[in-house]
Design a protein around this ligand. Structure first.
Ligand SMILES: Cc1cc2nc3c(=O)[nH]c(=O)nc-3n(C[C@H](O)[C@H](O)[C@H](O)COP(=O)(O)OP(=O)(O)OC[C@H]3O[C@@H](n4cnc5c(N)ncnc54)[C@H](O)[C@@H]3O)c2cc1C
Length: 589
């Protein structure tokens, strides 16, 4: 048999994945994805690995990729089926891997490949240390990879270049003031000061280390009193994570993927000396001088344990594994119920949200109003999102609706398709006829009100009052500026629900100003550092846009510096630990 292309179709997390399987003389030679709506930064990384495994083993019976198992398992199953149905035979040589025990020795071990972990790892490497980064997922980047890469450049040479003289309007003190205002003084000054005084150094360090280019962020959000937000040219953290991890590997750092840290070991003197991590075919013991824990937030855990009724929209891998594996370290934590809450959510599955931010913003610019179940407006629709968020939070059912005419809906729909929704998915919402979330209904005013469960008489009155406000240019109820008030056109209405959503946790473990974790006696643990979302408090109970990324950069930079310094002066013995049996047959490096 000569060359043949077999078409396969899988159902991923976000919709259909189409791919071609190329076969030549009983050999799978290539897998080419032709359509997908999966998160690009994750998809690109895992499909590359999946393809490599399939071709190496000439089989679709290989393992799915950790952290992306839904989409990769779906591709493996449908690829196998498509191959069988095509009648094409392939000479498979699936290797059965034996389980191994491996021991590694490094100066600095880092848990987690989000920006906090990568920053710490790069910094320690640049300071001449041997560094191993351990990541449980089959892809790098954690929650970081899902964001737009925006960060503040306060005090950096990068900002001085991008903003010119205007960069001088900014300062660490001004940034500290903004942080404190936004979270109404709930921030912990030691950590906020560490953030504002190190963000510039961190930005400049990583720019040079990974040869990065930043641009002024396309959107300079109003929460910041001056322009200071910068981002990758692609406006995606995929670019950031790819370039930084490539530079780290090129300069001699090591990364273990699909390897989950499950245990921390102390020696007989009670010092932290090693960790144990499990991958599919290896138990890895890592002896280190310093450990940096940058294992992200735990929003998915709180969603699974129903700790909050706010729908979650972050990665399912933010599971807070450390609450289990670091128990023996008696770490002290704070504000574990602080979440970064946004409005603009659709509850697409029970407890799971997807965001409509871009669509909703456009709808409010085009004059749409936001009402509650009583059919009454709840906010100045053109005010910052925090007003809308707080207005939803005060509704008994924590629910609001955007009411649109067809003209506004068309734009809303276009932006839904651009930002994460598929046409089939949206049709599915309409098919629910308002009987359950996510509510999305279309029709005349009476129909939409009845289907969405909104008081129709009040809604009619609200729209009539709004029409008056549009005419006079004065919104007596909420003071919405005239430029954002527009007349409704036609008699077809679209109504879509708006719920609160969260993904980022804002509390966490406590550290001192060296990013050293504290035990329950509030004593720092000499060689145990942490960085990023796992550490709570720098931004208080409400973070400004870009500030969680900024925290990852600054805290990662300090943790990496301190971990490297500690390794230089380290007296910690790496003798066998008390509770870990020597990993027999281990290879030493
Ligand atoms: C959709 C979305 C949009 C966002 N938008 C913004 C924004 O615009 N601006 C902003 O400032 N912030 C934003 N955030 C928040 C910000 O992305 C995070 O706070 C930040 O990226 C956290 O970085 P981190 O390195 O601490 O954690 P992460 O990036 O989550 O990395 C932690 C890593 O640790 C790994 N890990 C966990 N446990 C283990 C274990 N046992 N063994 C091995 N590895 C482990 C995880 O798999 C993960 O890869 C957003 C978050 C999300 C989800």
């Amino acid at each position: 048999m000569s060359e043949k292309t077999i078409k396969a179709q899988a159902t991923g997390r976000n919709g259909q994945i189409d791919f071609d399987i190329n076969v030549d003389h009983e050999r799978i030679t290539d897998i080419k994805v032709t359509k997908s709506s999966e998160t690009p930064g994750i998809f690109k990384q895992v499909v590359g690995k999946l393809k490599e495994n399939i071709i190496e083993n000439q089989s679709f019976d290989v393992d799915a990729i950790s952290g992306a198992s839904i989409m990769t398992k779906a591709m493996l199953d449908s690829g196998k089926k498509a191959l069988e149905e095509s009648g094409v035979s392939v000479a498979s040589h699936l290797k059965k891997a034996e389980h191994k025990n491996v021991t590694l020795e490094v100066d600095v071990a880092v848990i987690g490949s989000g920006m906090a972990g990568l920053m710490a790892a790069c910094r320690a490497l640049a300071m001449g240390k041997t560094v191993l980064l351990i990541e449980k997922n089959g892809y790098l980047g954690g929650a970081t990879i899902l964001n737009g890469s925006n960060v503040v450049g306060t005090g950096s040479k990068v900002s001085a270049k991008l903003f010119g003289n205007k960069a001088q309007d900014d300062s660490p003190a001004l940034l500290a003031k903004d942080i404190s205002r936004e979270c109404r003084g709930t921030n912990y000054p030691v950590l906020s000061n560490l953030l504002v005084n190190n963000i510039g150094k961190a930005v400049d360090f990583i720019t040079e280390f990974a040869d990065l280019t930043y641009q002024k962020a396309e959107t300079q959000t109003i929460e910041h009193t001056v322009d200071r937000q910068i981002e990758m040219p692609s406006e995606s953290s995929f670019e950031l994570i790819s370039k930084v991890s490539e530079a780290f590997l090129k300069k001699g750092g090591q990364i273990l993927r699909e390897t989950r840290v499950e245990k921390l070991n102390k020696n007989e003197q009670g010092q932290l000396v090693s960790l144990v991590a499990e991958s599919k075919y290896e138990t890895v013991k890592v002896n280190f001088k310093s450990l940096v824990m940058a294992a992200g937030g735990w929003g998915a855990r709180d969603y699974r344990e129903h700790k909050t009724d706010i729908p979650y929209y972050g990665p399912m891998t933010s599971m807070g594994d450390y609450f289990d594996f670091a128990k023996n370290m008696n770490l002290v934590s704070r504000n574990l119920d602080w979440y970064k809450i946004y409005p603009h959510g659709l509850e697409v599955e029970p407890g799971i949200a997807k965001l409509t931010t871009y669509s909703t913003k456009e709808a409010s610019d085009m004059g749409a109003i936001f009402v509650n179940t009583s059919g009454k407006r709840i906010v100045n629709e053109s005010a910052p999102y925090t007003h809308f968020r707080d207005a939803i939070a005060t509704q008994k059912d924590k629910l609001a609706f955007v009411v649109m005419d067809e003209r506004t809906w068309n734009k809303f729909y276009e932006l839904l398709l651009k930002y994460g929704f598929t046409a089939d998915e949206i049709q599915g919402f309409f098919n629910l006829e308002g009987k359950k979330s996510p509510i999305l209904v279309k029709g005349d005013l009476q129909t939409v009100a009845q289907k969405a469960g909104i008081n129709c008489a009040n809604l009619q009155k609200t729209l009539a009052n709004y029409a008056e406000a549009v005419k006079s240019g004065i919104d007596t109820e909420f003071g919405r500026p005239a430029q954002y008030m527009h007349e409704y056109v036609g008699d077809i209405y679209y109504v879509i629900e708006q719920k609160l959503r969260f993904c980022t946790t804002l509390g966490g473990y406590e550290t001192n100003n060296h990013m050293q974790l504290l035990d329950k006696e509030f004593e720092p643990i000499s060689n145990f550092y942490a960085a990023g979302e796992i550490i709570g408090g720098a931004n208080g109970h409400d973070s400004m846009p870009s500030m969680m990324n900024s925290w990852s950069y600054a805290s990662g930079f300090v943790a990496g510096t301190e971990a490297a310094d500690n390794a230089n002066s380290c007296q910690t013995s790496t003798a066998p630990s008390v509770d870990m049996d020597a990993a027999t047959g281990a290879t030493h490096k």
